[in-house]
Design a protein around this ligand. Structure first.
Ligand code: PLP
Length: 362
């Protein structure tokens, strides 16, 4: 099976990582985008309090978790009309994305549409189901085709681009007319800087009707919980019920202590805002430093990454930055259109970000 999948992209960075590590001031790793800030005490306390969990967890998640998710989506993103039954916890959203086409029963005769520049797991999920992948950012690119599943990702990984309400409405209308399922990966929705991202489940987009729509939400970045593996999917009640029915058989359950920690994370907006402010401060210093060093910044109006170019092949830019001890991700990881860009993550400590800024200036 692994032979049918792409090379695991991060495995190709060994040489450039070694070069960055050799810098006398140590590496500044802005590549994978793994959170580095402490987990908030309110979340750790909830995890510890739920540590005695001898029984199996519920696949659908506790009622408290599903209610907290509905309330957080309303408070933070203005989503209305969501029934807690239409929320389903997942073992990190990468797990859901990798298996969604399989869980939906898609196969060799099906096509999954992903953005031109996209988080690689959308393609992996399609390949695991033996489905085909089409990269497209506009509906006209699809012609008369009726794919069963279309992914949206706003704000985008890797570009930080935000899709406006009009664009989202158009996709939703088009999908509804054709019975196409739209899976909107919204893991960076709370990180709008120069634009205000909107959920596909927001009434301005879907008129309060969640039919044919799934929103995928991760707590990895908003609450620095990547190590907990905590996310959920919400939307069309019938589709969520179908995913639940299959996941029950497959043992795809979020551990009980993690479910309790998720409740604490979803109920508390203070730590989420503090985390957002940390990323904003890092962006505020890193973005101008990249511009001063001769980079062009494209999109990057939201999310956790700066999408930048020196108008040269991305591996050359990687090497240029590695000489300065800075490791980033090559744009080609995200699709052929990324060949001349690199993705710079905002996920490093303030001290490491300041080190990168200094090195870019010298
Ligand atoms: C666009 C996108 N979706 C999903 C994920 C997966 O997040 P997790 O599995 O931590 O929930 C990531 C992680 O970087 C991502 O960038």
């Amino acid at each position: 099976m692994s032979a049918s999948l792409p090379v695991f992209p991060w495995d190709t960075l060994a040489d450039v990582t070694a070069a960055a590590r050799a810098h006398e001031g140590g590496i500044v790793d802005l590549s994978v985008g793994t959170p580095v800030d402490d987990v908030a005490p309110v979340i750790r306390d909830a995890l510890a309090a739920a540590a005695s969990a001898p029984g199996y967890p519920t696949t659908h998640g506790t009622p408290a978790l599903r209610e907290s998710a509905v309330a957080a989506l309303h408070r933070r993103y203005g989503i209305t009309g969501l029934d807690p039954a239409a929320v389903l916890p997942v073992i990190g959203t990468k797990e859901l994305i990798a298996w969604l086409p399989t869980l939906l029963g898609l196969g060799a005769s099906d096509t999954v549409v992903v953005p031109e520049l996209a988080y690689p797991t959308y393609e992996v999920g399609a390949l695991l189901a033996r489905a085909a992948v089409v990269r497209a950012d506009s509906l006209t690119q699809l012609g008369p085709a009726v794919p069963p599943l279309v992914y949206l990702n706003s704000p985008s990984n890797p570009t930080g681009k935000v899709l406006g309400v009009d664009h989202l409405r158009k996709v939703v209308g088009w999908a509804r007319e054709r019975g196409v399922l739209v899976a909107s990966d919204e893991c960076y929705l709370g990180l709008g800087w120069d634009a205000a991202p909107v959920s596909v489940l927001h009434p301005d987009v879907c008129d309060g009707d969640h039919t044919g729509l799934l929103a995928v939400h991760s707590l990895s970045k908003t609450s620095s919980l990547a190590g907990y593996r905590a996310g959920f999917v919400a939307g069309d009640p019938a589709v969520v019920a179908e995913l639940l029915a299959v996941r029950k058989h497959a043992g795809m359950m979020v551990p009980t202590p993690i479910q309790a920690a998720m409740v604490a994370a979803l109920d508390d907006d203070a730590h989420e805002l503090a985390q957002r402010n940390r990323y904003q401060r890092r962006r505020d210093v890193l973005l101008p430093a990249l511009v001063s060093a001769g980079f062009t910044v494209d999109h990057s109006e939201a999310g956790l990454y700066l999408w930048v170019t020196r108008d040269e092949p991305c591996r050359d830019t990687l090497a240029w930055l590695a000489q300065r001890g800075i490791l980033v991700a090559p744009g080609e990881f995200y699709g052929p259109r990324g060949a001349r860009h690199v993705r710079v993550a905002l996920t490093a400590t303030d001290e490491r970000i300041d080190a990168a800024v200094e090195r870019l200036g010298s």
